[in-house]
Write a protein that binds this ligand. Sequence first.
Ligand SMILES: *[C@@H]1O[C@H](CO)[C@@H](O)[C@H](O)[C@H]1NC(C)=O
Ligand SMILES: *[C@@H]1O[C@H](CO)[C@@H](O)[C@H](O)[C@H]1NC(C)=O
Ligand SMILES: *[C@@H]1O[C@H](CO)[C@@H](O)[C@H](O)[C@H]1NC(C)=O
Ligand SMILES: *[C@@H]1O[C@H](CO)[C@@H](O)[C@H](O)[C@H]1NC(C)=O
Length: 454
Amino acid sequence: MANFFPAALLLLLLFFFNPSPLEAATDSAIITSIDCGASQPHTDELGIQWTPDSSLIKTGLTQTVPNATSIPQYMQTLRVFPTGKRNCYALSIPGGASTQVLVRATFYYGNYDGKNSPPTFDLELDGSSWSTVETAVDKVVSEEGIFEARGGSTSVCVVQRNEGELPFVSAIELRRLGDDMYSRYDRSSSALVLALRTAAGVSAQLRYPDDPYDRIWFPIDASDGLNVVQNQANTIDTGIKDAPPAAIFQSAVTPAAGSNTIGFTAPLPSNNVSAYFNLYFTEVTQLAAGDNRTFQVFVDGNAESDPFAPPFGSIIEIYMANISASSTTQISLQSTTGATLPPVISAIEAYVIIPLSGGGRGGGSAAPAPGNGDARPSAAPQASDVGSPTPSDSSSLPASDQTNSPPTAQRVPAGFAFGGGRKGSPSFGNKVEVGRALVIGIGILLPILFLNFV
Ligand SMILES: *[C@@H]1O[C@H](CO)[C@@H](O)[C@H](O)[C@H]1NC(C)=O
Ligand SMILES: *[C@@H]1O[C@H](CO)[C@@H](O)[C@H](O)[C@H]1NC(C)=O
Ligand SMILES: *[C@@H]1O[C@H](CO)[C@@H](O)[C@H](O)[C@H]1NC(C)=O
Ligand SMILES: *[C@@H]1O[C@H](CO)[C@@H](O)[C@H](O)[C@H]1NC(C)=O
């Protein structure tokens, strides 16, 4: 992050002259971090303070994962629920009647019971069905949702699904997001469940404090044919609503010479769901006269954005806030005919939009409507290998997958794909209306001008 020191300096200067409410908001982004089954509070190397769950829940038994010294401490203990179909944590959210929050629940089975039998169970968020958790012997499974919590509290529940498979939880994290962040879904009736959050600019997972909101960004798993290029900008203005951290723009992926397309799929369910994508771009080099890096976003061959050229020293986000998409939906970035340089992309987020039921909203009363768990849509979890939690299954997209491409100078696209092993087949019906993507990034050159005076 050394490159970005000047940006940090400028931010400090800007805060000095014009104190921003953002500072206060991000200071309090970490609402709570619960280390389930732990006996003592502790602070990890990132400065996150973990609290044991014993004062938050009366049910369940604490367990310790054997031989788990190489994984973060918060995953080394868990709470398992041998009794009761549904067991819930009520979480209080100080300040504000409605708060946009990120909730992350983490499950590491680690053969704690010596039975080599990782359970599958359901997860409920704020009284609504969230997902089905399929744990694994030696993998960390993490489920993350973004939604508007009401009434100063929320709840996270695990619900038994199969006889003999006991639900458990390793950790629950609650973060406060800015009210402007992830604002393009219907907060009154739905939530976003994370399917993918990946960035070219990170070499290992990046989270708090680099991202003050403690979103976890995994390295892009680029396949052959894609190169990682470093950003040459000294400062970068990331001032858009979704507040992406500057660190994710330190580099980007671009196709190797000879290709003008980047293609990817996301680890969404195999049936169409309502999906929410954020794509983040920046120009990585000061373009020479005559250079032109103009490209467009296509979804299954249909243009989803106007042609645009990412700005140097600033960013553009393309969002598709409500598209019908699945694990096979192909998103591609394709150069326009006048372009001389191939596309670049720095980071991607993909979410499944799930309905939140009205009755269970807020309250944290831990008493969600019973009996409808199986009927609700479920969303895919993030599964990751312990120690190197990156999305799996990188592969190039074959040229034949791009049959619907527009008539640009089409060559074999480089690609990256995420997913495989997705389960659950939520069906939201045959929704074919596609949200029009908009360019919302703002390129403010002011900081660069400032730099001349510093
Ligand atoms: C823990 O490690 C020890 C020594 O490597 C091994 O003998 C034991 O089987 C391991 N226990 C579990 C539950 O994996
Ligand atoms: C780059 O090419 C596009 C067409 O692909 C054109 O619309 C745009 O004006 C060009 N930009 C520059 C700076 O020449
Ligand atoms: C999924 O949605 C896309 C785009 O709307 C559509 O073309 C496709 O036929 C749908 N697939 C299924 C299985 O419904
Ligand atoms: C998302 O798209 C579906 C299908 O077109 C539509 O019914 C729904 O109202 C949209 N939701 C939002 C928040 O725009």
